[in-house]
Design a protein around this ligand. Structure first.
Ligand SMILES: [Zn+2]
Length: 151
């Protein structure tokens, strides 16, 4: 798997999914400082969504970066939810999207309420991504409208 930084190679569908996730991330009230949302798309359809939250989960314990990382991450939450609907085999044909929203830096336009932030999966989530063998992973970077793709 390799990471490509791109703002061009995303399809209109990818952009639509990211627009949806931006709203989901803004609406994520369950997180403290970091607000993330994720979803999994199979054959053009969103099959599950997830968000980071101050909640523990057996899946989060299995795929965590260290012993202090006890809370459920957005990617892990989307994977857990997806398995209510599809098989592990289906996930190998699926795309995982992750969006992080943050308060903009002060030098930005003061009318800007939210800016996108880097949503690079942590080591624990990367382990899950590799084990479930996702077709692609797309996540936000710190630059507006720029995304990174793992494939
Ligand atoms: Zn993670």
């Amino acid at each position: 798997m390799q990471i490509l930084i791109t703002d061009r190679n995303l399809s209109r569908r990818d952009h639509r999914v990211m627009d949806f996730l931006r709203r989901q991330a803004i609406d994520n009230e369950g997180a403290s400082n970091a607000k993330l949302a994720a979803c999994i798309v199979l054959k053009g359809k969103i099959i599950s969504t997830g968000r980071n939250q101050l909640k523990t989960h057996p899946f989060a314990s299995q795929y965590r970066k260290n012993d202090d990382a006890i809370y459920l991450h957005a990617e892990a939450n989307a994977i857990v939810n997806s398995l209510n609907h599809v098989s592990k085999d289906d996930l190998t044909k699926s795309v995982l999207y992750v969006y992080r929203i943050k308060r903009p830096d002060t030098h930005m336009n003061k009318d800007t309420v939210w800016a996108q932030g880097i949503a690079k999966p942590c080591e624990g989530c990367m382990r899950a991504i590799v084990e479930f063998n996702f077709k692609r992973v797309i996540y936000t970077t710190d630059n507006e409208d720029e995304f990174a793709v793992i494939q």
